[in-house]
Write a protein that binds this ligand. Structure first.
Ligand SMILES: NC(=O)C1=CN([C@@H]2O[C@H](COP(=O)(O)OP(=O)(O)OC[C@H]3O[C@@H](n4cnc5c(N)ncnc54)[C@H](O)[C@@H]3O)[C@@H](O)[C@H]2O)C=CC1
Ligand SMILES: CC(C)CC(=O)C(=O)O
Ligand SMILES: [Mg+2]
Length: 364
C-alpha cells in the first residue's frame, strides 16, 4: 500500500485537489497501484480548527506518508493571525527537508494559449529548479515602527545540494543550466555563483551560464526557448516561475514537485488559493493534476505518471479549457474529461492484454 497524505488547504485548494485525487483513485483502481489517501487539515482551515496552520497530527501524517499532495493555502481572513497559513507551508517544507522545488513549464506545440507570439513561445520547455528551504523566506523578519528588515542567508552546502539536482536534471534534458542571481549586488548571489561554478566541474557534459535576475525576467519573455534548466534561489524562483507560467497560458497549468533526501516528496500546483474564484467551480485543476502525475513519476509506479500526463495534455489539446484559458469548462468538468481519457486508455490497454492472451492461447 502507498500512503498519500492529502492537504487540500484553502480557497481553490480543495476544488483542484479533489480532481487530482479522483484521477489518482481511478488510475490506482485500474492499474492496481495500491494508493491509499488520508486527508488532513492544513493552512487557514487548520488555524480555524486547531489554532495552528500545521497541526502536529498533520505533520506526523506527512512524515509517515510516502508522498504528500497539497492544494494551496491562504486567504485574507487569516492575514492578521499570529501565525499565517503561509508560515505553515514554509514549515512543512522545512520539516520534510524539501530543498529542491521542480517546476516544469511547457508551451505546447502551436503555443495556442500563450499571450506571446507563437514563433517566440511555441515549443518552450523549461524546468525551474528553485531552492526551497533557505534564503529570505527563512531569515529573521523584523518589523519595528518605521523600520523593517528581512535577512537572506545561504550556506555553501545549501547551494551545492540543489545545484546537483539541477545538473542531474539537465543531463536528462537538453544539457544546459542557467543560474540566476543578482551577483552584481548581493553577497548571497556571489556565493551562489561561485558555488554553482564549482559544482559544474562535476558535470562537464552540461553547459552552464549565469544571468542576473532582472535580465532573466526579460529574457524568459523575449526568448523563452533559449532556456533549459533555470537554477535559482528561493525568492527569485518563486517570482520567475509565476512569470514563466504565463508564457504557457495560465498559472493554473503548472504543477511542481518538492524533493529532499529521499523522504516523502510534496506535490502541489504552483498557484495560490485564488480566493476570488474559490467555490465557483471554475479554477483550473490542470496544475494539481500535473502535480499528481509528477508524484506518480517520483514514486516510480510504472507508466502511471506518463499515462496521467498524456491524458491531461490530450484533454487540453482537445479544447477542454477552464475560463483562465478562455474556455468555459468547469473545474469538475475538466477533471471528468481527464478521467474519461484514463478510462478509454485503460479499456484499450485491457483489450490489448486480452488480445495477447488470446494470441498466446491460439499459438500455444
Ligand atoms: N502554495 C501556496 O499555497 C500559495 C499560497 N498563496 C496564497 O494564496 C492567496 C492568494 O494569492 P495570490 O497572490 O492572489 O496568488 P494566486 O496564485 O492565488 O492567484 C493569482 C492569480 O491567478 C489566478 N489563479 C491562480 N490559480 C488559478 C487556477 N488554478 N485557475 C485559474 N486561475 C487561477 C487567481 O485567480 C489570480 O488572478 C494569498 O493568501 C497567498 O499568500 C500564494 C501563492 C502560493
Ligand atoms: C508562501 C509562499 C512562499 C508560497 C509561494 O508563493 C510559492 O511557494 O510559490
Ligand atoms: Mg509562489
Amino acid at each position: 500500500m502507498i500512503n498519500i497524505a492529502v492537504l487540500p488547504g484553502d480557497g481553490i485548494g480543495p476544488e483542484v485537489t479533489r480532481e487530482a485525487v479522483e484521477c489518482l483513485r481511478l488510475l490506482s483502481a485500474r492499474r492496481n497501484l495500491g494508493l491509499h489517501f488520508t486527508e488532513h487539515d492544513f493552512g487557514g482551515v487548520a488555524i480555524d480548527h486547531h489554532g495552528t496552520p500545521l497541526p502536529e497530527a498533520t505533520l506526523h501524517a506527512c512524515l509517515a506518508a510516502d508522498a504528500v499532495l497539497l492544494g494551496a493555502v491562504g486567504g485574507d481572513q487569516w492575514n492578521d493571525c499570529p501565525v499565517r497559513p503561509e508560515a505553515g507551508l514554509l514549515e512543512i517544507r522545512q520539516q520534510l527537508g524539501l530543498y529542491a522545488n521542480l517546476r516544469p513549464v511547457k508551451v505546447m506545440q502551436g503555443g495556442q494559449w500563450s499571450p506571446l507570439r507563437s514563433d517566440v513561445a511555441a515549443g518552450s520547455d523549461i524546468l525551474v529548479v528553485r531552492e526551497l528551504t533557505g534564503g529570505i523566506y527563512y531569515g529573521e523578519h523584523r518589523l519595528a515602527p518605521g523600520e523593517a528588515s528581512d535577512l537572506c542567508t545561504y550556506t555553501r552546502e545549501q547551494v551545492e545540494r540543489v545545484a546537483h539536482v539541477a545538473f542531474k536534471a539537465a543531463r536528462a534534458r537538453s544539457g544546459k543550466v542557467t543560474q540566476v542571481d543578482k551577483a552584481n549586488v548581493l553577497a548571497t548571489s556571489k556565493l551562489w555563483r561561485s558555488t554553482v561554478t564549482d559544482v559544474a566541474r562535476n558535470y562537464p557534459d552540461v553547459a552552464l551560464d549565469h544571468l542576473y535576475v532582472d535580465a532573466c525576467a526579460m529574457a524568459v519573455v523575449t526568448e523563452p526557448r533559449r532556456f533549459d534548466v533555470v537554477l535559482t534561489e528561493n525568492l527569485f524562483g518563486d517570482i520567475l516561475s509565476d512569470l514563466l507560467s504565463v508564457i504557457g497560458g495560465s498559472i493554473g497549468l503548472l504543477g511542481s514537485a518538492s524533493l529532499g533526501n529521499g523522504g516523502p516528496g510534496l506535490f502541489e500546483p504552483i498557484h495560490g488559493s485564488a480566493p476570488q474564484i474559490a467555490g465557483l467551480n471554475i479554477a483550473n485543476p490542470a496544475g494539481a493534476i500535473a502535480s499528481a502525475a509528477m508524484m506518480l513519476d517520483e514514486l516510480g509506479l510504472g507508466d502511471g505518471g506518463a499515462v496521467l500526463h498524456e491524458a491531461l495534455e490530450a484533454t487540453l489539446m482537445a479544447g477542454c479549457r477552464t475560463p483562465d484559458l478562455g474556455g468555459d469548462a468547469s473545474t469538475s468538468g475538466f477533471g471528468e474529461e481527464v478521467r474519461d481519457r484514463l478510462r478509454v486508455r485503460s479499456r484499450r490497454d485491457h483489450g490489448l492484454r486480452n488480445l495477447f492472451m488470446t494470441d498466446r492461447g491460439c499459438c500455444g
